[in-house]
Design a protein around this ligand. Structure first.
Ligand code: PLP
Length: 386
């Protein structure tokens, strides 16, 4: 059966040209980038070339980038590495209730170490009000961490305004940019962030590679201990092939950022309009300013998980934000934080578009969603149409 992929916020497939440079790097650049012989120097050259390409995507100095194993490690390094290096007299962090677990859980770890964490809720549109961040700040706040784009709704956060508030209060600013980099133009300097995390597999590079932007002069402690790689910030033999793949993917994203976001937004809007026209008692969660590829839609009277499975059987990959814990489906913490009732949060599905999608696929998906909604609601003990 043909399959159509609408889950690009979970991960993206490696693009053909990224695959080609990855295979070439694996075959032709086998050295250790820390070795002084020619093979090592060649690997180092490729690593630094990749760093320049990723830096161009974020508009920073290549020296300000630390390669990591992905977004999770970049977030952990930013939060734990910065706070533990700077918390002598400042023991408070501000973050939000809509962060990815890669930020939520390091913050829990901070709490276990005696550092207070304030979690700010978004409005019903999924956007955090900078004034709520201002109110959460304390004289001892050391770091503010707010994601750039939410992975479930795509909602874009007012990072530049929040960074100004953080700096005004004497704190530094981290943003998890994993769902923004490669999807929308990012300029870390204009955003005013001091730390910014990205992940290769969200923009057509491989899994297992990411990077943390660390603004020049920012004091950071490593969170792993070993050799002196990556300017003593992240030990371990550098993953040159995957860094090269991420560099290529960054260059492609950089080159396509003129047109691709508009193409995706047009497709996303077509999907949204199509679904809302065909399916009653459905609506968009958090239709604020969003990444162009993402929509999150509730279907009252059915389980999002059931919709995901039904669409999977019809050949479409989508996702629900719910997490399965101890056999029960937990509604998404992001949608709950936005104030959705539990039932509606459980009835929600995320569609995230990408390079392979086109109008025909979108139209087929609309049809499949409409059919699935009718079928699932017939089975629902609670659904009665308005
Ligand atoms: N942050 C956000 C917003 C994400 O969406 C993800 C992945 O889904 C991560 C962090 C973690 O990135 P990685 O899978 O590269 O560890």
């Amino acid at each position: 059966m043909r399959r159509f992929y609408f889950d690009h916020n979970a991960t993206t497939p490696v693009s053909q040209s990224v695959l080609e440079v990855l295979v070439a790097a694996l075959l032709e650049v086998p050295g250790n980038a820390s070795s002084i012989h020619q093979d090592g120097q060649l690997a180092k050259q490729h690593l630094e070339g990749a760093r320049r390409e990723v830096a161009a995507l974020l508009r920073c100095d290549p020296k300000e980038l630390v390669f990591t194993s992905g977004g999770t490690e970049a977030d952990n390094l930013a939060i734990l590495g910065f706070v533990f290096a700077n918390n002598a007299s400042r023991k408070h962090v501000v973050t939000t209730a809509i962060e990815h677990p890669a930020v939520l859980n390091p913050c829990r770890e901070l709490e276990r170490s005696g550092i207070a964490v304030t979690s700010v809720k978004p409005g019903p549109d999924g956007v955090v009000d900078p004034e709520d961040i201002r109110r959460a700040m304390r004289p001892e706040t050391v770091l503010v961490s707010v994601m750039h784009a939410n992975n479930e709704t795509g909602a874009l956060q007012p990072i530049a305004e929040i960074a100004e508030i953080a700096h005004h209060g004497g704190a530094l600013m981290h943003s998890d940019g994993v769902q923004a980099a490669g999807k929308i133009p990012v300029n870390v300097e204009a955003l005013g962030v001091d730390l910014y995390s990205i992940s290769g597999h969200k923009f057509y590079a491989t899994k297992g590679i990411g990077a943390l932007y660390v603004k020049n002069g920012t004091k950071l402690r490593p969170i792993q201990f070993g050799g002196k790689h990556e300017r003593e910030r992240r030990p371990g033999t550098e993953n040159v092939p995957c860094a090269v793949a991420m560099g290529k993917a960054a260059a492609i994203a950089h080159a396509t950022l003129q047109l691709e976001p508009d193409r995706l937004a047009t497709l996303r809007d077509r999907l949204e309009r199509g679904i809302l026209a065909r399916v009653p008692d459905a609506g968009v969660n958090g239709a604020a300013t969003r990444t162009p590829n993402t929509t999150n839609i509730y279907f009252d009277g059915l389980e999002g998980e059931a919709m995901v499975i039904s669409l999977d059987l019809k050949g479409f990959a989508v996702s629900s934000g719910s997490a399965c814990s101890s056999g029960a489906v937990e509604p998404s913490h992001v949608l709950l934080a936005m104030g959705l009732p539990k039932d509606r949060a459980r009835a929600s599905v995320r569609f995230s578009l990408g390079a392979s999608n086109d109008e025909r696929q979108v139209d087929e998906l609309v049809e499949a969603v409409a059919e699935s909604a009718v079928k699932l609601r017939k089975l629902s003990p609670t659904y009665t149409s308005a």
